[in-house]
Design a protein around this ligand. Sequence first.
Ligand code: AMP
Ligand code: ZN
Ligand code: FE
Ligand code: FE
Length: 298
Amino acid sequence: MLRATAGRAMRMRKFVDLHTHSLASDGSLPPADLVRYADAADLAAVALTDHDTFSGLAEARKAARDFPDLDFVSGVELSAQPISGTVHLLGLGVDETAPSLLKVAKFLRRAREQRNPRIVEKLQAMGLDIGMDEVFAVASQGQAGEEMVVGRPHIAVALCRKGLVADVSEAFGKYLAKGAAAYVERERPDAASAISAIRAAGGTAIAAHPSQWRCENSAQVERVLRALIADGLQGVEAYHSDHTPSQTRLYLDLARRFDLLVTGGSDFHGDPKPQVRIGRPRVPVAAVGREFLDKLIG
Ligand code: AMP
Ligand code: ZN
Ligand code: FE
Ligand code: FE
C-alpha cells in the first residue's frame, strides 16, 4: 500500500553499482540473475556494462521490472587505444539501437576474433594443450552467433578446466596479462571515437577504473584525464573494486576540479573475479547525484 503511493522519493536505498558484467560478455551470471543479486544487495540502481555488446540488456531490463526498489541502467564498456596503461570507457544510459555505437561494438568484437586464435597459438607453442573449441565452449554458455564476446577470462577459465593452471589469477599472471607470455594486442578505437559513439547514443561517457592507466603520480593521472576530456569525456569512475581509498579520493578531487560527473561500480564478473562482490565498494547515491542517476535511468 505504502509502495504504491510512495514512488521514487520514498526510496531508502543509498548505494549503486554502475559497472557489472554478465554471461553476455565475460561474466558468469545470466543478466536476470545479476539483477536479482543487485536487488538482494539492497542497491538503488545497477548498470549492466558488458564488454562490446548489448545482448544482455533486454533480459536484465525485463528482470528489473520485478524489483520496484531497484533501477536499471543500460550500459556498455568499450576498450580504447591506450594513452597510458589500459583505457576503458563506460557508456551509461545508452540507447543500444544507435547505429554509431553498434558499429564501434561490432568493430571491437571482430578485433577479438582476430586476437583470440593468436593467443591460443602462443599457448600451444608453449606446450599447453588448449584449443579455440575449448575457449568457445566456455564462452558459449551465455552467448551465441554474431554477438559473441570472447575474451581472456574465457581463455583463463578454459585453462583452469584443463587443469593447466590453478585459477584465473594464475592464468593471467603466467600467460594472459599484458606483458605475459601469451599476450596479444587487439585493435581498438581511439578514445575520441568511442566517446563520441557513446554520446551519439544518448549515453554518458565515463573513464572506467583510472587506476588501470598505471600512472605513477597524480600529475600523470591529470594528464590522461585532460586528454580524455578533450575527447569529450563527461565523468570518471572514482569508486571501483581495484581502487585504494586514496585513489578514490584523488579521482573525486579531480572530478570536482574538472567539473566531471562521478560514478562507481564493482566491475563484478562472478567466477572469473571471485574476490569482487556486487555492490562493493559502496558507491553512495549522494556521490553520483540523484539528478544524474535519474537521467541514466531514463
Ligand atoms: P579482454 O577483454 O579479453 O582484453 O580481457 C579483459 C578482461 O580480463 C577484463 O574484464 C578484466 O577484468 C579481466 N582481467 C584483466 N586482468 C586480469 C587479471 N589479472 N585477473 C583476472 N582478470 C583479469
Ligand atoms: Zn570483463
Ligand atoms: Fe574494464
Ligand atoms: Fe569491466
